[in-house]
Design a protein around this ligand. Structure first.
Ligand code: SF4
Length: 212
């Protein structure tokens, strides 16, 4: 099967399975989304959501952040990985947003990546979710799915990420971002993919399909 046929089959399957796919990071506004994405580095969405259900009650805007000490932010988020660094950077981010961005997260890659600890991944995920910007961030789930199906043959998520933006149409990148993450997280699972109930069974080139 040609790559384009596999891509078409993938799109048809995942858009039908997850028609309303959106980020699983809980947030009440774009500022909280940016903070949640920052916190999710080396942590699961589930861990971040548990912390933020309490934290975000007190932390709705950058103005709320600049009223807190770093130590107070640390106390809220101390069960997430790298909490000391994350707290310091959240604190700095709040000050920068208030001082330079009218208390709103900026909307360009350049401005976002100028914020502390906001790398290209965070910027792309943020813009894809908030602006439908044509970015698909390839995490381990997306990397696994695209390789199993046979759309790419790559060794790392970074390598897959570079290829993905070339092989998918720009208008598909943002919708695919969340649908592929959900498909990898809940269906084409790392240890036991649900091949026995997969609409991609004929399009997928994975050799070790699971049927029980
Ligand atoms: S057939 Fe199996 S390995 Fe292939 S995409 Fe579906 S769940 Fe994943």
């Amino acid at each position: 099967m040609k790559r384009q046929e596999r891509i078409d089959a993938l799109k048809a399957a995942v858009f039908e399975m997850y028609p309303d796919a959106k980020t699983e990071l809980e947030h009440g506004n774009e500022f909280q989304l940016l903070i949640a994405i920052l916190m999710s580095a080396q942590a699961t969405d589930k861990q971040v959501n548990i912390i933020n259900r309490n934290f975000f009650e007190f932390f709705k805007t950058p103005e709320d952040g600049i009223k807190l000490w770093v130590e107070e932010i640390t106390e809220f988020i101390n069960s997430v990985s790298f909490f000391n660094n994350k707290a310091k950077n959240i604190y700095k981010t709040c000050h920068i947003l208030v001082d330079k961005h009218n208390s709103l997260p900026p909307k360009t890659i350049a401005e976002l990546t100028a914020l502390p600890w906001v790398g290209i991944k965070t910027a792309k995920v943020f813009l894809s979710v908030t602006e439908n910007a044509p970015f698909l961030w390839v995490d381990t789930h997306v990397h696994r799915v695209l390789n199993r199906i046979g759309i790419v043959k790559t060794k790392s998520p970074l390598e897959t990420d570079k290829k993905a933006e070339k092989i998918f149409n720009a208008e598909d990148l943002a919708p695919l971002h969340n649908t592929l993450i959900l498909f990898g997280r809940y269906h084409c699972i790392a240890r036991k993919p649900k091949c026995w109930n997969c609409p991609l069974i004929d399009a997928c080139s994975y050799k070790d399909k699971v049927f029980d």
